[in-house]
Design a protein around this ligand. Structure first.
Ligand code: HPA
Ligand code: ZN
Length: 332
């Protein structure tokens, strides 16, 4: 089964590229840039990754990314991830990045975008990984600031595939960003949003109805509202579920207690993703393997999940055809 899950062509739709920063690279970049770290060793970093909830994770996540200063750093960060993902049978990666978390540290948007997009082009050429870029807004900062960043990104609108919404969820409902997502839509940029990770089902509904998103990131709390589940099923809105993330951030107590089987049973369009692989104990393959161990799913279930991701991805129709054909060939 491990072999099968490795070969399965996997598309990753929910990845914070800053959350792919492994402690080894964190140390290398800290040294290169003369940034002091509050850790003495790589082991100490890993030992610090014990979280009570989303906010306690976010503190370390924002702290860790302080080593990213130059375009080269963003390039190295993304290439490091693409190489690992390639080894796990990932064929398409949609990277979210958090421009405000870098702008607030004095790192210009052009530096961020140049480094990330250069890595994306190289991954496409050298690793045959297709990529998409999602510019995410920090929901615990103001809507005005998000709008300013969207306007500031004008030179890069062509390079961006969608806008997203992340960071601390509770108290920051999607409706706060109605105008920002409206403007993005007017620019031709689709929207995705984290909702129903720590926040209530009403946030999922708002993301669908007010922001008109085409996917929900996480969304696992939808089961608390059967009418919402019916709507998600009816509209075939994909949920980008992140099993190991949900365990590490205590959205669920254990993977065995994860609502994934119930979500599947409800007929929802699900995909499996890694969220912040360096912080949550593994990448795409680890997430697939953990689900296999916890739920004992058949090969067919994993093929269905992989197909959902390819179908829900921001990619050309040619690329989608190639990957769907590869999915059939690899799993027959
Ligand atoms: N949830 C919300 N915001 C985030 C996450 C997450 O899991 N990871 C990085 N930013
Ligand atoms: Zn996330």
């Amino acid at each position: 089964m491990q072999d099968f899950l490795t070969r399965l062509p996997k598309a990753e739709l929910h990845l914070h590229i800053e959350g792919s920063l492994e402690p080894e690279l964190m140390f290398a970049l800290a040294q290169r840039n003369g940034v002091a770290l509050p850790y003495a060793s790589v082991d100490e970093v890993r030992a610090a990754y014990e979280f009570d909830d989303l906010p306690s994770f976010l503190t370390l996540y924002y702290q860790g990314m302080a080593v990213l200063r130059t375009a080269e750093d963003f390039f190295d960060l993304a290439m490091d991830y693409f190489r690992r993902a390639h080894g796990e049978g990932v064929v398409h990666v949609e990277l979210s990045f958090d421009p405000q978390a870098h702008l607030s540290r004095g790192i210009r948007l052009d530096v961020q975008v140049e480094g990330l997009t250069r890595a994306m082009r190289l991954a496409e050429r050298e690793l045959d990984i297709s990529t998409a870029l999602i510019m995410s807004f920090l929901r615990d900062r103001s809507a005005e600031e998000a709008m300013e960043v969207l306007e500031q990104a004008a030179p890069y609108w062509e390079l961006i595939d969608a806008v997203g919404l992340d960071s601390a969820e509770l108290g920051h409902p999607p409706s706060k960003f109605a105008e920002v997502f409206e403007r993005a839509k007017w620019l031709g940029l689709p929207g995705v949003a984290h909702a129903g990770e720590e926040g209530p089902p009403s946030y999922i509904r708002e993301a669908m109805e007010v922001l008109d998103v085409c996917r929900i990131d996480h969304g696992v709390r939808c089961l608390e509202d059967p009418a919402l589940v019916a709507e998600l099923v009816e509209r075939r809105i994909p949920l980008t579920v992140c099993p190991l993330s949900n365990v590490r951030l205590k959205v669920v107590e254990t993977l065995d207690a994860h609502p994934l089987p119930a979500l599947l049973e409800a007929g929802l369009t699900l995909t499996l993703n890694s969220d912040d692989p360096a912080y949550f104990g593994g990448g795409m393959l680890d997430n697939f393997l953990a689900c296999q161990r916890a739920f004992g799913w058949s090969r067919q279930t994993f093929v269905d999940l992989a197909r959902n991701a390819i179908e829900a991805a921001f990619m050309s129709e040619e690329r989608r055809d190639v990957l769907l054909t590869r999915l059939v060939a690899e799993t027959n």
